[in-house]
Design a protein around this ligand. Structure first.
Ligand code: GDP
Ligand code: IMO
Ligand code: MG
Length: 433
């Protein structure tokens, strides 16, 4: 199977665990063959890293396609946009020599804007909840999506370009938010004029990038362009289908790509699931296979498991085939990329969770209700490990037998072909079979 065949009929890359599976690396790898890269969910709470010629680059809002010269990059309506962060990202990456212009980047006018009150609310709610909080990235994501649903207190990218009505909206919303923040959190009032000045300036800077991305997408599809949808977060963080309430606030499984972009369902044929060779999670919530011990620490050290967005240490544990199988089924996954296999070198034995027990009873499927998930006891299968460093392997056949057996076992358990195996962060450390 060649890299270009992954894009036949267009493709969506989606995380199958709790985020940070290496989606950025695979989007970068596949984008060589793609014409259009589209973000459909989340915001600057995502952090996607790519390694190009030994140098690491990260994006939070920009699609990873900005690192290729030939691609058109779209930020769909399902995203929530922090304009300050977007402009910063454009500036940083332009300084590094990447060309990010209104020709290569388009932002939907329907995209909702993260406003200062959203970041304030996110931080205040987390602080008030203490240990009972979600452990959010404090990027204002949840409050922005909440206002999207409220409608009358929302601001979209298109609104930033209409100064008179923007001023009126900011004044009205700030008055309301100040009452709430003062009563609930004892916060100092926000100043509507300062916010208007700052955000109308962002509007002027972003205006050349703003477009009807849904229309552009349909045009691209009709013209036979190869389109790659870049999922952020992961299926288990999906607001409806993840481990609620320890999720993010968007539809970040594959199910969100249509509402988040305006693409019609028949536009996408391939759903490429991304999974690590083990499990990680940032923030709160149950994590059945967590290894809060020296095994977890070893994975964290070897995998450099610290968040791209917040630098928080990621919680680490063994691969959970029950959880991933759930995500595979939910997302309609057609093939899988197995990431960070090199990190598992050096273990004498490697465990895979193949089932759950609750109060002694075996349950055959994943449970997203956190009350049950917090109680499950993982049932493990143990496989022999391998001692060789995998990072220089460049073909599937050159992997040690134990590593190939591990891959085959995972494939059987999740029920879809593992077509890509990644053994290092660089583009070249990607094996296809
Ligand atoms: P994303 O959010 O799914 O795009 O993943 P992140 O970029 O947040 O985290 C994945 C991290 O793993 C990044 O630092 C990547 O450079 C790194 N990475 C990706 N694939 C591999 C791999 O196969 N081996 C190793 N050692 N690192 C990898
Ligand atoms: P990428 O795209 C890992 C987690 C946060 C927190 C919860 C809610 O890089 O894989 P939020 O700020 O979204 O309200 O936080 O969701 N979370 C992620 N964890 N990778 C991500 O994105 C994440 N996006 C959100 O840590 O537990
Ligand atoms: Mg990440």
């Amino acid at each position: 199977m060649s890299a270009s065949s992954f894009l036949e009929g267009n493709a969506c890359v989606v995380g199958l665990q709790w985020g940070d599976e290496g989606k950025g690396k695979i989007v970068d790898f596949l984008s060589e063959q793609a014409d259009v890269i589209v973000r459909y969910c989340g915001g600057a709470n995502a952090g996607h890293s790519v390694m190009i010629n030994g140098v690491k680059h990260s994006t939070h809002l920009l699609p990873v396609g900005v690192f290729r010269e030939h691609t058109l990059n779209l930020i769909g309506n399902g995203v929530v946009l922090d304009p300050q962060k977007l402009l910063e990202e454009i500036e940083v990456n332009t300084r590094k020599g990447f060309s990010i212009t209104p020709r290569t980047l388009k932002v939907s006018y329907k995209t909702h804007v993260v406003m200062p009150w959203h970041k304030l609310e996110d931080a205040a709610r987390e602080a008030a909840a203490g240990a009972g909080g979600i452990g959010t990235t404090k990027r204002g994501i949840g409050p922005t999506y909440a206002d999207k649903m409220h409608r009358t207190s929302a601001i979209r990218v298109g609104d930033l370009l209409r100064e008179a009505s923007l001023k009126e909206k900011i004044e009205r919303i700030t008055t309301d938010k100040n009452k709430v923040f003062s009563a609930l959190y004892g916060e100092k009032p926000l100043d509507a004029r300062t916010i208007f000045e700052e955000y109308s300036e962002y509007g002027r800077k972003i205006a050349p990038f703003v477009d009807d991305t849904g229309y552009l997408l349909i045009q691209a599809w009709r013209a036979g362009k190869k389109i790659l949808f870049e999922g952020a977060h992961a299926a288990l963080l999906d607001v409806d289908h993840g481990t609620y309430p320890y999720v993010t606030s968007s539809s970040c499984s594959t199910l969100g790509l249509f509402s988040g972009t305006g693409a019609p369902p028949q536009c996408v044929r391939q759903y490429i699931g991304i999974m690590k060779a083990y499990s990680t999670r940032v923030g709160g919530g149950p994590f059945p296979t967590e290894q809060d011990n020296e095994i977890g620490q070893r994975i964290r050290d070897r995998g450099n498991e610290y968040g791209t967005t917040t630098r928080r240490p990621r919680r680490c544990g063994w691969f959970d085939a029950v959880a991933v199988k759930y995500s595979v089924d939910l997302c309609g996954v057609t093939s899988v990329a197995l990431m960070l296999l090199d990190v598992l070198s050096g273990f004498d034995q490697i465990k895979i969770c193949t089932g759950y027990r609750v109060k002694g009873e075996r349950i055959p499927y994943f449970r997203t209700d956190v009350e049950t998930l917090a109680e499950v006891e993982p049932v493990y299968e143990t496989l022999p490990g391998w001692q060789t460093d995998l990072s220089e392997c460049r073909s599937f056949e050159s992997l040690p037998r134990e590593a190939r057996d591990y891959i085959d076992r995972l494939q059987t358990l999740i029920g879809v072909p593992i077509r890509m195996v990644s053994v290092g962060p660089d583009r070249s450390a990607t094996l296809i079979r």
